[in-house]
Ligand binder design. Structure first.
Ligand code: FE2
Length: 497
């Protein structure tokens, strides 16, 4: 592949053989390939050469003629498949009076030159096109590489199944830092709690009300803007649009992309920049559109995820309802134990996974009662030792029932050991003190407190003061003193419920 410099060398080398000088002109009338050094042309010659280049390119055909009836010159158009590139001009620096040549001779010479320049033009065109293609390819590659790099950097922010504020703030901050903007935002009308706005320092000062500014940027997008088919809208200079101009005294650029998945529209991602020396690049647009698409999938998944979560909660409620339907005296017990357990957990500083595991363990702690005969569960008066042995099986039964549910794995120990006592006299394993899972110790306190303060088959309910007194009495023997202390504090502070 010939470089322009090599081409120039090649054309120059033709001069001694053909006694002609060659020039390469682009379509804008700029001389790309200068005349050989050492033969500076007089202004009138330069002018004539330029004129020839322009005419040839405009008429798209070979032309020839004389400068001041003295110097022979001719030109051949250069084009590629898409359009004119410019022209190739040849000029005889030796004066050769037109008058001395017969018209036939001139025509013959012109004919030969046309053929020669035509071949030369094909060569130049191929080279020129190749050069342009290489240049374009290089630019495209560079841009793709840049996009890929940024994409990897930013897309990692949305590798999640569930929409969260933390994820959106991370994403919007990355957009702001990597896409040469002064503000970036996400507006999700149906999920306003997730609306996110991040700006560069000092940019806030340009705005009286950032939210209203963002909202108006979106409101002014015309419904029939053609780019909306491609899910974006661009204002490259706010001064060129009356509505957008009114929004801010300074000129700004705005790029908005729709967050939409299939037929569902969720909102917009937006970028604003006050730097008018730049424009939004294709790569930036492509990246925003692609990120908005990913975000829309996350939002759509979040809805599915929430449905699934609600489905599971309802299933668990049904299960709990099934146990409580068997035992008329414990109606609402599981839910009350769960609520109190969660309050205790919060008070004790439990977080994250432990907290979630306790939620399931506490609501499902008595699920094993589903396998206990009703006449034992509902027997008024004291149970025989045999009957009590059957009742004592419910934690292990609960453990067995839920063991196949892998998602509940972390909650199983809490269920299995909720009847252990810190003095080791509980069941099913006789675990002591801190050997008992913390979740079980919390459930045990909530369970005991609720059992005493609610009506049971064998006795009527006691007041919460009395219940509290009994709980305190068994602190350190049956119940964990740390959890009992938390209950005392909680009830003093917030009351029973
Ligand atoms: Fe129980």
């Amino acid at each position: 592949m010939m470089e322009l410099a090599e081409l120039q060398k090649f054309l120059t080398s033709l001069t001694p053989v053909s006694h002609m000088q060659y020039q390469l002109w682009d379509i804008q009338g700029k001389m790309l390939f200068p005349a050989p050094e050492g033969s500076p042309h007089e202004p009138r010659i330069s002018k004539a050469l330029q004129k020839m280049a322009g005419l040839v390119a405009a008429e798209k055909r070979f032309r020839y003629g004389y400068i001041s009836k003295q110097y022979f010159l001719c030109g051949f158009p250069l084009s590629n498949g898409q359009g004119m590139l410019g022209s190739l001009v040849a000029f005889d620096p030796e004066p050769c009076s037109e008058a001395l040549n017969s018209p036939d001779t001139t025509r013959e010479k012109a004919k030969a030159m046309e053929k020669f320049l035509g071949n030369l033009a094909s060569l130049v065109q191929a080279n020129w096109t190749a050069q342009e293609e290489i240049q374009e390819l290089a630019e495209e590659l560079e841009q793709s590489f840049e996009e890929l790099y940024l994409y990897g950097k930013i897309a990692s922010q949305i590798k999640t199944l569930k929409l969260s504020n933390r994820m959106l703030v991370g994403l919007i901050t990355s957009l702001l830092n990597n896409l040469r903007a002064d503000m970036a935002f996400a507006i999700l009308p149906e999920r306003q709690e997730f609306n996110t706005f991040v700006s560069k320092p000092n940019t806030d000062k340009r705005l009286d009300n950032a939210l209203s500014f963002q909202q108006k940027l979106l409101d002014y997008i015309p419904d029939d803007a053609p780019s909306l088919k491609e899910k974006y809208f661009i204002i490259n200079d706010s001064k060129e649009n009356v509505s957008y101009q009114r929004l801010h005294r300074d000129s700004y650029r705005f790029l908005g992309v729709m967050v939409a998945h299939e037929d569902n529209f969720y909102g917009w991602l937006g970028l604003v920049s006050f730097n008018m020396k730049e424009i939004f690049r294709q790569g930036e647009l492509r990246m925003m559109v692609s990120l908005a698409e990913q975000l829309s999938v996350v939002i759509s998944n979040t809805g599915l995820y929430q449905d699934l979560e609600q489905f599971i909660i309802n299933m668990v409620k049904s299960l709990v309802f099934a146990i409580e339907a068997k035992d008329v005296y414990t109606r609402g017990h599981s839910e009350r134990v769960s609520r109190l357990s969660m309050r205790l957990a919060k008070h004790l500083g439990l977080k994250g996974k432990d907290y979630e595991e306790l939620r399931w363990a506490s609501i499902l702690h008595d699920i094993g009662k589903i396998g206990i005969p009703e006449d034992i569960l509902n027997k008024p008066g004291r149970l025989t030792d045999e009957e009590f042995d059957v009742i004592k099986e419910h934690p292990s039964k609960g453990f067995e029932i839920l063991s196949p549910v892998s998602q509940l794995e972390g909650s199983l120990p809490g269920i299995l050991h909720h009847h252990e006592r810190v003095d080791g006299k509980g069941y099913p394993s006789g675990l002591k003190g801190e050997k008992i899972p913390f979740n079980s110790r919390i459930i045990a306190v909530a369970d005991t407190f609720d059992a005493i303060s609610s009506t049971r088959a064998y006795r009527s309910s006691k007041s919460s003061d009395e219940a509290m007194a009994i709980v305190k009495e068994v602190s350190g023997t049956q119940l964990d003193p740390q959890v009992v202390a938390a209950l005392v504090e909680l009830v003093e502070k917030e009351g029973v419920e």
